[in-house]
Design a protein around this ligand. Structure first.
Ligand code: RUQ
Ligand code: CUA
Length: 679
C-alpha cells in the first residue's frame, strides 16, 4: 500500500486532477492471479441457466443491460432513456411519448443507478428503477416484460445523480439533485447569487403498491449543496434517508478546487416519516413547476405523456427535527447503509479513512442536542458523537460500499484500483484484491438489501487499457467477477460491459424468471388500431393519412399488397403480431422509412410511420427470422404521384389489381397462403 495516503491525494489534487493509478501488484503477473478453479465456477453449461440476473446501468447510453451471473453473458439491452433501433423503442408511434419531457422529446440520457424493488428490505423481483441524470428523470422498468413502463421527470433539479434510491417497502424512489439550481419558478438569477438562491432539492417519488405508478409526492427544499449518493435506512433506521453531500463550500465555478476546500462535508440524515407528518399537517407549499409523466399501458400497447404543473414542497426551516447534518471527511461519494440498518458508511473521495456512523449514536446525539452549530439553519451533529469508528488506511479514493451479509463490507477504491473487505463492527481490513482498472461501483447480489445473497462481488471498472483486444480509441469498460464465499476474494472472470456501468444490482434468477411475460394476450389487446385477425385488416384513408391495420403471422402479412398511396401521404403501418407463442416476434421494415424498423411481440400492436419520398413500388418485409419461410414474409406498397387516381386497394394472396378485376367478375377471392413449418 501507499505509505502516505494524504500526501498522495494532495499531490493528485494539486496536479489539477483526480487521476487513477494502476494497482501496485497489477504489473507483476499481468493480473493473472485468478483462482485455479475459476473456469469451473463461472461455466454455465449449454442449456443451463445462470444463477443471478445482473441488472446493469449503461451509463452514458441511458439503457440497462441484463446479464447472467456467473457467466457474464448479456441477454438483453433495455432501452430506457434512449431510442433503440433493435426493436424500434422510441421510434414507434406508441413509444415516442415515453421520451417526452418539459423540454420536448429527449431521447437520450445518462443513467447511473439501478434500484430493484424490495419488500421489508428484501428483493421482491418486481421492478427496476433507474435515473436519467442529465434531464432529471426516474424510470420504472418491469421485471416481467423487461421493458420501461413509466418515466417521471423531476422539477427543480439539475443532475439527478443521487437517484433513485428506494425505501425498504418501495414506498418511495428518492432523488437528490447533484447540481443545486434556483427553483424552476424563479430561475433567472445571477450565478453569483448561489448561496441565496440555489437549492438542493430532494424528491420523494411515491410508488403505488400494486401498479407501481409513480408521482412526485413532495420535495424538500434544502440548502444548496451537491447530493451525490444516498441510501434509505432499513430495520431500526427505516423511516430515515441518508445522502452524501459535497460542495458544502457552495461554489459555482472551478469546483475541482473550490469544492475541495473543507476537510469535512456532510451526510444529510432525513427523517422522511417526519416529513410525511408535516405534510399531513399542511406544512407543504405548492409551487409552480413543469414536468412530464409518461406511462406505458400494456393493454393499449401505447404510452401517454402528461405535463404536470405543480409540485408540493417542504421548507426545512418550517419543519424542525426533519433534517440533520453529520460531518463526513472529505467530499463523500458513496453513502451506504449496512443490512441491519445500524451503520452508515461514508466514502470520502479525498479522505484517508472510511468513517462509519452509528444510527443509535445519531439518535442519542439528536436527543441530547449534541450539535456543532448549524448549516443554513439545519443542525450539524458532532462528528465524534455520531461516529462508530473509522477504517484506517483502507486505500485511495473510496467510492462505494456493498455488504456480504456476514458482517463485512467491501469498498471500491478508484485511485488505488482495488476492492477492500473490512469488518463493520471491528473496522479491520480483512482482504484486498486489485481491479483492472479504476473501479467505480461494485455489486454484491442483494448487497444493498437487508438480506444480501452474497457469493460474488462484481467490480465495474472505468478503464480497461490493455485487458482486451483493442478496438480503436474507444475501449470497452469492464466488469470483474470475484468469488467472496471464502475468507479471501478470488478473481474468477473478466467480461466487457455495454456502455459504462455505474451501479448494478443482482437478484436470484428464481425471484424473477417465474414472472416472465411470454406473450401479450390478443383478446386483451386494446390498441385503437388493432386487427385481432386477418378479417379485421383494412386500409383507411383520412385525408393525407393512410392507416394500415395489418397483421403478421408465420409467414405473411395481411395485407401484403397495397395500392393507392400517394406522394404527400403519411402512412401508418399498425402491425399486430397474431402469434400467441412465446419467442415468435415479427419484424417490419419499409424501404426508405426515416425512423426505424419495428419488432412486434406476440399479441402486440406497434406502429411504424412512413412518409413516402419516391413514386414507385416499395418493398416491405419481416426483419426477424421467424420461420423456414421467413424470407417469403414480404410485400409491396405502390406509391403513385400526388394527383393520381389509383384507388386504395389491398389484399394478401392476390394482387390488388387482380382483386379489382375479380370483383367486377363478382368472383370471391381465395386466400392463398402456403402451409409452413413452424419455428
Ligand atoms: S457514480 S462510480 Cu454516478 Cu454512482 Cu460512483
Ligand atoms: Cu416474420 Cu420473419
Amino acid at each position: 500500500m501507499k505509505t502516505n495516503i494524504i500526501k498522495g491525494i494532495a499531490v493528485a489534487v494539486l496536479a489539477g486532477g483526480f487521476f487513477a493509478c494502476k494497482p501496485d501488484n497489477a504489473g507483476k503477473n499481468g493480473g493473472s492471479e485468478i483462482a485455479g478453479d475459476a473456469a469451473q465456477k463461472v461455466y454455465v453449461a449449454p442449456g443451463k441457466h445462470d444463477e443471478f440476473y445482473n441488472i446493469v446501468s449503461g451509463g452514458f447510453n441511458g439503457q440497462l443491460s441484463v446479464v447472467g451471473l456467473p457467466s457474464g453473458r448479456v441477454f438483453r439491452i433495455i432501452p430506457v432513456f434512449s431510442q433503440f433501433a433493435e426493436n424500434g423503442w422510441g421510434y414507434s408511434e406508441e413509444t415516442k411519448p415515453m421520451l417526452n419531457t418539459s423540454h420536448g422529446f429527449v431521447p437520450w440520457d445518462d443513467s447511473h443507478h439501478v434500484a430493484l424493488s424490495t419488500t421489508n428490505g428484501e428483493h421482491d423481483g418486481r421492478w427496476a428503477f433507474i435515473n436519467g441524470n442529465n434531464t432529471p428523470r426516474i424510470a420504472r422498468v418491469s421485471l416481467s416484460t423487461f421493458r420501461t413502463d413509466e418515466i417521471i421527470e423531476l422539477p427543480n433539479s439539475g443532475g439527478n445523480h443521487s437517484s433513485p434510491f428506494i425505501t425498504a417497502n418501495t414506498e418511495y424512489a428518492v432523488a437528490g439533485t447533484r447540481f443545486s439550481v434556483p427553483p424552476d419558478a424563479n430561475a433567472d438569477v445571477p450565478i453569483s447569487s448561489f448561496k441565496q438562491n440555489f437549492k438542493g432539492y430532494i424528491s420523494f417519488v411515491s410508488i403505488d403498491k400494486t401498479t407501481g405508478h409513480m408521482g412526485v409526492k413532495f420535495q424538500l427544499k434544502t440548502p444548496g449543496v451537491s447530493f451525490d449518493l444516498a441510501r434509505a435506512g432499513k430495520g431500526k433506521s427505516d423511516g430515515w434517508f441518508f445522502f452524501s453531500c459535497y460542495n458544502t463550500e457552495q461554489a459555482a465555478s472551478l469546483l475541482e478546487v473550490n469544492a475541495s476546500q473543507k476537510d469535512k462535508d456532510f451526510i444529510l440524515a432525513v427523517n422522511w416519516k417526519k416529513a410525511e407528518e408535516y405534510l399531513a399537517q399542511g406544512k407543504g407549499k405548492k409551487e409552480a413547476a413543469k414536468y412530464a409523466h409518461n406511462v406505458y399501458d400494456e393493454k393499449t400497447h401505447s404510452a401517454n405523456s402528461t405535463i404536470l404543473t405543480e409540485v408540493m414542497t417542504l421548507d426545512p426551516k418550517e419543519c424542525p427535527g426533519m433534517l440533520y447534518f453529520m460531518p463526513c471527511p472529505k467530499s463523500p461519494h458513496g453513502c451506504d447503509v449496512d443490512p441491519t440498518g445500524s451503520y452508515i458508511v461514508g466514502s470520502g473521495k479525498l479522505a484517508a479513512v472510511i468513517p462509519v456512523f452509528s444510527f443509535d449514536k445519531m439518535q442519542k446525539a439528536i436527543a441530547s442536542k449534541t450539535f456543532d452549530g448549524d448549516f443554513d439553519g439545519i443542525p450539524v451533529l458532532k462528528y465524534d458523537a455520531v461516529l462508530h469508528g473509522e477504517v484506517k488506511k483502507p486505500g485511495l479514493g473510496p467510492l462505494h460500499t456493498e455488504f456480504d451479509g456476514q458482517g463485512n463490507a467491501i469498498t471500491s477504491f478508484f485511485v488505488s484500483s482495488e476492492l477492500v473487505k473490512w469488518n463493520i463492527e471491528k473496522l479491520e481490513v480483512l482482504d484486498r484484491v486489485p481491479t483492472y482498472y479504476s473501479v467505480g461501483h461494485l455489486c454484491i447480489p442483494g448487497g444493498p438489501t437487508a438480506k444480501p445473497h452474497g457469493k460474488y462481488v462484481i467490480a465495474y471498472n472505468k478503464i480497461t487499457k490493455d485487458r482486451y483486444l483493442p478496438t480503436g480509441p474507444e475501449l470497452t469498460q469492464s466488469a470483474q467477477l470475484y468469488d467472496i464465499s471464502g475468507d479471501k476474494m478470488k478473481l474468477l472472470l473478466d467480461f466487457p460491459t455495454i456502455g459504462e456501468p455505474h451501479y448494478a444490482e443482482a437478484i436470484p434468477a428464481s425471484l424473477v424468471e417465474k414472472n416472465t411475460k411470454k406473450i401479450f394476450k390478443l383478446e386483451e389487446n386494446n390498441h385503437p388500431y388493432v386487427a385481432k385477425g386477418e378479417k379485421e385488416t383494412k386500409v383507411v384513408r383520412k385525408g393525407n393519412e393512410v392507416h394500415v391495420y395489418m397483421t403478421s403471422i408465420r409467414s405473411h402479412f395481411t395485407p401484403d399488397n397495397i395500392e393507392g398511396v400517394k406522394m404527400g401521404d403519411e402512412v401508418f403501418f399498425h402491425v399486430t403480431n397474431l402469434e400467441q407463442d412465446w419467442d415468435v416476434p415479427h419484424g417490419f421494415a419499409v424501404r426508405g422509412a426515416q425512423n426505424a424498423e419495428i419488432l412486434i411481440m406476440p399479441g402486440e400492436t406497434s406502429t411504424l410511420r412512413w412518409k413516402p419520398t419516391k413514386v414507385g413500388v416499395t418493398p416491405m418485409y419481416c426483419t426477424d427470422f421467424c420461420s423456414a419461410l421467413h424470407q417469403e414474409m414480404q410485400g409491396y406498397v405502390r406509391v403513385s404521384s400526388a394527383g393520381s387516381n389509383v384507388p386504395l386497394t389491398w389484399g394478401t394472396g392476390k394482387t390488388p389489381t387482380a382483386e379489382a378485376e375479380k370483383k367486377t367478375a363478382s368472383a370471391k377471392p381465395k386466400l392463398n397462403t402456403p402451409k409452413v413449418a413452424m419455428k
